[in-house]
Ligand binder design. Structure first.
Ligand SMILES: [Zn+2]
Length: 216
């Protein structure tokens, strides 16, 4: 009988907020520190599980910071700056915080705040590539979602794919082929508090930093 092997696992103890045991497979290629909402180490050295981290992200959005070698922008979880006590306190209140956000943004299903827009010509008679980076305020976005620009039913566009907001590779048809490949789980969806890039292919897109993209 064939032997099914799983990678070595590492037991990090219990989540300091919810008490769930945190076990990771460090060698698993799908394990991305921080990026997918994996466990993070808190300011006092205790661990916060990925599920608790994702809940806190709407209030403590993810950022990208330059790695110590100055070579690459890496995701940084601001929730990791909390102590276990503070994280527990915040988790108790985060549901109300999210409800207030939903009310503030007119109860749209998901809201994204635009911080940067890059346009690249697609070639003769082809639509341009728009790489729109920013933060998900709340809710989730997935590739092929139809979204609208602004709170009041502006231009409707389809997200071609999601991308690494700090990728140095110029957007092309290959980005979209890779981005819609179901095996690439990194950008299968983005959710509240994550920094992300949406790729759109449009003839024109009237969008500037500070605008909102919403999904209903
Ligand atoms: Zn937890």
């Amino acid at each position: 009988m064939a032997e099914y092997r799983i990678g070595d696992t590492l037991d990090l103890g219990s989540c300091s907020a919810c008490g769930n045991v945190i076990v990771i497979e460090p060698d698993n290629g799908l394990f991305r520190p921080q990026g997918c909402g994996n466990p993070v180490r808190l300011a006092d050295g205790s661990w916060l599980c990925g599920s608790c981290l994702r809940k806190l992200r709407v209030k403590y959005p993810q950022e990208y910071r330059m790695d110590p070698k100055g070579k690459k922008m890496q995701p940084y979880e601001r929730a990791a700056d909390l102590t276990a006590d503070k994280a527990k306190q915040e988790l108790d209140q985060v549901h109300d915080y999210l409800e207030d956000l939903r009310e503030k943004y007119g109860f749209h299903q998901a809201v994204f705040s635009v911080e940067n827009v890059d346009v690249k010509k697609g070639g003769f008679l082809k639509p341009s590539f728009f790489k729109v980076t920013g933060h998900v305020i709340y809710g989730t976005f997935t590739p092929l979602d139809e979204v609208s620009i602004g709170m009041n039913s502006g231009q409707k566009v389809k997200i071609s794919c999601l991308d690494n907001p700090h990728s140095s590779v110029p957007v092309s048809d290959t980005t979209i082929q890779r981005g819609t490949n179901k095996l690439l789980i990194d950008w299968a969806w983005v959710e509240g508090g994550e920094e992300a890039a949406f790729i759109f292919q449009e003839k024109s897109l009237n969008l500037k930093p500070g605008d909102l993209i919403v999904r209903d």
